[in-house]
Ligand binder design. Sequence first.
Ligand code: NAI
Ligand code: MG
Length: 364
Amino acid sequence: MTRPRADSYSIAVLPGDGIGHEVMGPAIEVVDLVAEHQGFSVDWTTYPWSCGFYHEHGVMMPDDGIDQLADHDAIFLGAVGDPSLPDHLSLWGLLIPIRRAFQQYINLRPALLLPGVVSPLRDTSRGIDILVVRENSEGEYSEVGGRVFPGTPDEFAVQEAIFSRRGTERAIEYAVSLAQKRQKRVVSATKSNGIIHSMTFWDEVFHDVMARHPEIEGRLMHVDALAARFVSHPHDLDVVVGSNLFGDILTDIGAVIVGSMGMAPSANLNPTGEFPSMFEPVHGSAPDIAGQGIANPIGQIWSAAMMLEHLGRPEAHDVIMTAIHHVLGETDMRTPDLGGTATTTEVADAVRTAVRHALTVEAA
Ligand code: NAI
Ligand code: MG
């Protein structure tokens, strides 16, 4: 569900760490430009919660962090993570609490090959346009479990995965609702041959949901075979639905086959609209290139476009996407991850120029 249209939106900004900072500014500038021309405004409030914040305060966000975010219309995130802190601390200290507190139980991740972008796959003549729905609030990402006999040779770890009927059903139903507007095909990632309790349950729920939607062609595929399918037959895939872990893995494959990790956008959605949704690129803080000014800003800018669409501004989304299409399809302005030599700022400037052009055409 998109939010009702307003004249002004209040957005919480979490730039995070590493390249999160570098791609956030350019994305905000693009949104402000579009807003100014399309008659709305965005009020950005920046929160410094990150690994840097952790080193100062011993926590990823303050105790009332969730309350502070709750009043915003949406949350716009860069990326968190730094080699100086174990990744599970940054993930469980910030992102997972946000996703859960705000019931952002759908993680929507398009893998769309844009014109002018070279895929590492040899033949993309039939295009790539996959929409992955990742279950975002339960599954394998669970705090249930523990360690027994720590520090002894008998030490062992137990990690439980949680699959509820409600959580599984709503993810699959959401995938169906998207497929209805596309090619009416849903592939569900499973592994019920090996994971015999939770994945057979997942399959059962999938069959139940599909029985209610005879117009949709539903198919179960083991996640290993499906991962291979992303590489061998990406053009055959329409909507893909998977658990928290399977969806995460498949969308990294989705991101690289459409050109680069730096391009892929994502939305953590609270479909009921009761709480703010969160928009962030699929990529992380990329410590290997942080500080060099060469991060691809397109994943962040595309995520902003998804945010505007969710906020009831589809025309703002469309202008930004037209601009991204133009820059990639008609110019050679691209960052090194796409084989170019441009900087983050140069690509962002090119997107803004293309936005201005698209807005002029729109106004004419
Ligand atoms: P990563 O996505 O940060 O980097 C993977 C590879 O893709 C690197 O070679 C990187 O240079 C490249 N890359 C990523 N984004 C790019 C961009 N915009 N432009 C050009 N190249 C780009 O994933 P990695 O290395 O596994 O994780 C690094 C840190 O980020 C870790 O601390 C991890 O926990 C965190 N992370 C955070 C996420 C989030 O905030 N949602 C998501 C994924 C990882
Ligand atoms: Mg990931």
